[in-house]
Design a protein around this ligand. Structure first.
Ligand SMILES: [Zn+2]
Ligand SMILES: [Zn+2]
Length: 192
């Protein structure tokens, strides 16, 4: 069975925490049903949660597609808010991964989820102190969505990288994500 790496809500801060970042003394509740959870340190690499009460909730084992997508968005928001993510764009010629410069998140900046409506909808936007959009994030599942014209740069992130194939850098401890959009890097530019 596929094991997804999903998050929980910290009952004290009311914020999302990913299973990779949870701490034993804290109290957590389930995103799917709101029931309190018990953290079990597994024999394997991963710790996992069980519901405190006997509830028929499949959030961790059989999540719906909507729950997976929403968990991935909450995780990405949390990663940006804690400065724990690095985004890369691959060069379509040399295949080298180029790091995207994201501003450092602090008390003046914020993230807004499910921003805007219709064709201006964006999964997450990164806002500066004047609520101007610095950049956006689109989380996709399966087939990437078509590139759109936006007033600001945005990055397209595969949901599976967030809930299943998480890559963590040993050097910086940051989660590494790849934007689906390719670039042509500075050294390859001279050949095109
Ligand atoms: Zn639940
Ligand atoms: Zn290149």
């Amino acid at each position: 069975m596929k094991q997804y790496l999903l998050g929980v809500i910290n009952m004290e801060t009311d914020k999302y925490e990913h299973i990779l970042h949870v701490e034993k003394p804290n109290k957590y509740k389930c995103i799917g049903c709101g029931d309190e959870l018990i953290l079990r340190k597994g024999e394997k690499l991963f710790q996992n949660f069980v519901h405190k009460n006997l509830v028929s909730c499949g959030y961790f084992k059989t999540p719906t597609q909507d729950q997976l997508l929403s968990d991935a968005k909450m995780f990405l928001q949390r990663l940006i808010e804690t400065n724990l993510v690095t985004i890369y764009k691959q060069c379509s010629i040399c295949k080298f991964k180029n790091r995207v410069d994201l501003p450092v998140f602090d008390e003046t900046t914020s993230i807004s989820m499910n921003y805007g409506k219709g064709k201006n909808f964006m999964d997450l936007v990164y806002l500066d102190s004047n609520n101007n959009i610095i950049c956006g994030f689109e989380v996709y599942d399966g087939e990437p969505k078509k590139i759109r014209k936006t007033q600001y740069p945005y990055y397209q992130i595969n949901m599976l990288e967030l809930i299943y194939r998480i890559t963590r850098s040993f050097a910086t401890n940051k989660i590494e994500l790849n934007c689906n959009f390719k670039i042509i890097c500075a050294s390859c530019e001279q050949y095109v």
